[in-house]
Design a binder for this molecule. Structure first.
Ligand SMILES: [Cu+2]
Length: 170
């Protein structure tokens, strides 16, 4: 019984230990347009640079743009090159505030979302999409990704715990 308690305790510690550095989430380090930038014309490409590689995969990462009065603006397919996520942007319309909303999958498999606001100083000729592009409903990650991830982390913790546990003098 005592030994089981030790094993469980160590497994929890191992989980905590693993959880910190190896499983840190990506953070946005820079963007184009930059946060709170004022641009004179539509940026033809949105670029988001993170501190670590972003997971590639169809539908995993999304970038959308909303404008004045919650209008939606068309972005192209999301491209991932290591730490950099980019998407083309069709011409914008009215001058005013726009928000880029992203949702990407961290190096550790967890989704991270956020936004970048910028101001368009001069109106463009673009027309908005029918409605603001919906934030993807229900998440791009299938449930099995979470289950497999959880099992792998738990397995690692237990393995470490067993190893440490078996070294305990009887
Ligand atoms: Cu994570």
């Amino acid at each position: 019984m005592k030994r089981l308690a030790v094993v469980i305790g160590v497994a929890c510690l191992a989980l905590l230990g693993l959880a910190t550095p190896a499983f840190a989430h990506n953070t946005l380090v820079s963007s184009s347009p930059a946060t709170d930038a004022t641009v004179q014309s539509t940026p033809s490409t949105i670029k988001l640079t993170f501190d670590q590689p972003v997971q590639k995969g169809e539908g995993l990462n999304t970038v959308s743009v909303r404008g004045p009065d919650n209008t939606g603006w068309k972005t192209g397919a999301v491209d991932v090159q290591s730490n950099v996520v980019s998407a083309t942007l069709d011409e914008l319309g009215p001058a005013g505030g726009y928000t880029i909303t992203y949702r990407i999958v961290s190096a550790d498999g967890h989704p991270v979302s956020g936004d970048v606001k910028f101001t368009l100083a001069k109106a463009g000729n673009g027309t908005p999409t029918a409605a603001a592009q919906e934030e993807d409903s229900g998440g791009g990650l299938p449930i099995w990704v979470w289950i497999v991830g959880g099992v792998v982390v738990l397995g690692a913790g237990i393995t470490v715990a067993m190893r440490i546990g078996s070294k305990q003098p009887q």
